[in-house]
Ligand binder design. Structure first.
Ligand code: NAD
Length: 497
């Protein structure tokens, strides 16, 4: 077997074909305006490609194609077991193209190649496969009504679904939408982020190769205002599913409501508390997990443990352990398989994150690790893992989602205080609790207002449990059988027997 060392990936980066075509109605197409946008690699600032930049006319064409495919029944009216077979082929093709997709993901958004290969590509295929495997095992219902009548309770696909996704896990976020949307029989228009469009464009082609009929999956690249808003406002889109920032999520909820009341589900940001009690089973392990919990994927994770709440009795020693753990998470070349932290997605995001570092210092917090741009000689965008002590929960760095490698450490003296600080946020995506006290684990996990709570680890999760947020972290759930609900309408059919 070939050794997949840095050399292998550097060579693949040179030889890989950069996908630039949108997919509409089963065909590779350019943007109708002829406009493009420049796709830059955050690894070294290199231009990767000019990508056709879609706008209203392209969104309209994609929706028209999706509608035609839906109404034809070529996908929507097939037996679930048939859709299952095609989707499993789609998942297989993703795995067969694993190296190609991994290099595109890393070149496009800067994450370490080790993460792309071990996490992003397998999780994408797994999500498609899981939904495919599930769909012929979901039964409808018969209502417990009078024997002289029959009440059927069935789920039917929404119709045309627009999926708008972010750049931090471009493929996984697309798969969380595509898996359940396609399995339930919808037609989809996928709009990836303008910061990371490459892998979505590539899997649009792979879906066709797998036998997903033309028009059932369209992929249009472009900016939110140009390509996303026309989908959100469209009168012939039945469902809008979004993952991204809370500000854009709120805007899309209003567009969905004021256009045609399309079913709109948004999965948004987070400011997750990671709460460490002195009786944590293994404080060293907790400190390591706290570092990975914020610095994984360069901190560009919706569930990042960005607020570390530590009991004041152990705070000083614990933060010293986190600083120690962060030393092995320094940025490195993303094509080196040994690198654990890669590049920030683009210059704009790097400046935004460094702006928060300045704001934290100005507000009186103390930098105990990092705080600066790194590897600037590369031409790429890197930031040191950064840790602030002496943070109060009112500070901007504790309230706003930074979406970068910046940890805010906050002390507490009692369980009640920890819960109050944890919940003192607009967000409610995730939380973690470290304690050996079973009763406390139950008490605190029930009182923390978050969609996912982890006890004595961080960032656990697979396809079996729903994922989503309380409060302004969103209004829907991805993953698990619960996700299928948002892609379907519930119908009651009454029969007079
Ligand atoms: P973003 O909101 O800027 O963009 C997300 C997507 O929306 C992109 O495709 C963008 O082009 C599009 N968009 C932007 N403005 C639009 C508009 N006016 N109309 C239609 N579409 C528009 O978010 P981002 O910077 O790409 O991603 C980071 C955010 O995503 C963070 O807040 C993060 O927490 C969140 N996120 C949430 C989850 C979750 O499951 N809850 C998962 C990953 C990321």
């Amino acid at each position: 077997a070939q050794t997949k060392d840095k050399n292998y990936w550097v060579q693949l980066a040179e030889s890989v074909t950069i996908p630039v075509d949108n997919i509409i109605d089963g065909k590779p197409v350019q943007a109708s305006s002829g406009k493009t946008f420049t796709c830059i690699s955050p690894i070294d600032g290199r231009v990767l490609a000019e990508i056709p930049s879609c706008s209203q006319a392209d969104a309209d064409a994609a929706v028209e194609s999706a509608r035609k495919a839906f109404d034809s029944g070529v996908w929507s009216q097939t037996a679930p077991v048939k859709r299952k077979k095609v989707l499993i082929k789609f998942a297989d093709l993703i795995l067969q193209h694993a190296d190609e997709l991994a290099i595109l993901e890393t070149l496009d958004m800067g994450k370490p190649i080790g993460d792309s290969t071990a996490i992003d590509i397998p999780a994408t295929a797994n999500c498609i496969r899981w939904n495919a495997e599930a769909i012929d095992k979901v039964y409808d219902e018969v209502a417990p009504t009078h024997p002289n009548e029959l009440g059927l309770v069935t789920r039917e696909p929404l119709g045309v679904v627009a999926a708008i996704v972010p750049w931090n896990f471009p493929l996984i976020m697309a798969a969380w939408k595509l898996g359940p949307a396609l399995a339930t029989g919808n037609s989809v228009v996928l709009k990836p982020s303008e910061k990371s469009p490459l892998t979505a464009l590539r899997i649009g082609q792979l879906a066709l190769d797998a036998g997903i009929p033309a028009g059932v999956l369209n992929v249009i690249a472009g900016f939110g205002k140009d390509a996303g808003e026309p989908l959100a406002k469209h009168m012939d889109v039945d469902g809008l599913v979004f993952t991204g920032s809370t500000a854009v999520g709120k805007h899309l909820l209003s567009l969905g409501a004021t256009s045609n009341m399309k079913r709109t589900f948004v999965e948004c940001g987070g400011k997750s508390p990671n709460i460490v009690f002195p009786d944590a089973p293994d404080l060293k392990a907790a400190a390591k997990a706290a570092a990975v919990g914020i610095f994984f994927n360069q901190g560009e994770v919706c569930t990042a443990g960005s607020r570390l709440l530590v009991h004041n009795a152990i705070k000083k020693e614990f933060i010293a352990e986190v600083v120690e753990a962060a030393k092995s998470l320094q940025p490195g070349h993303p094509l080196d398989p040994d690198t654990s932290m890669g590049a920030i997605v683009d210059q704009q995001q790097m400046s935004r994150v460094l702006g928060y570092v300045d704001k934290g210092t100005a507000d009186g917090a103390t930098i105990v690790a990092g705080g600066k741009q790194a590897m600037s000689e590369s031409g790429g965008f890197y930031i040191e893992p950064t840790i602030f002590d002496d943070v109060t929960n009112q500070m901007t760095i504790a309230q706003e989602e930074i979406f970068g490698p910046v940890l805010s450490c906050i002390g507490f003296d009692s369980e009640e205080e920890a819960i109050a600080i944890a919940n003192d946020t607009d967000y409610g995506l995730a939380a973690a609790i470290w304690t050996s006290d079973l009763a406390r684990a139950h008490r605190v996990s029930r009182k923390v207002r978050a969609g996912s709570v982890w006890v004595n680890y961080y960032d656990a999760g697979d396809m079996t449990a729903p994922f989503g947020g309380f409060k302004q972290s969103g209004n829907g759930r991805d993953k698990s059988l619960h996700a299928l609900e948002k892609y379907t309408e519930l119908k009651a059919t009454w029969m007079n027997l």
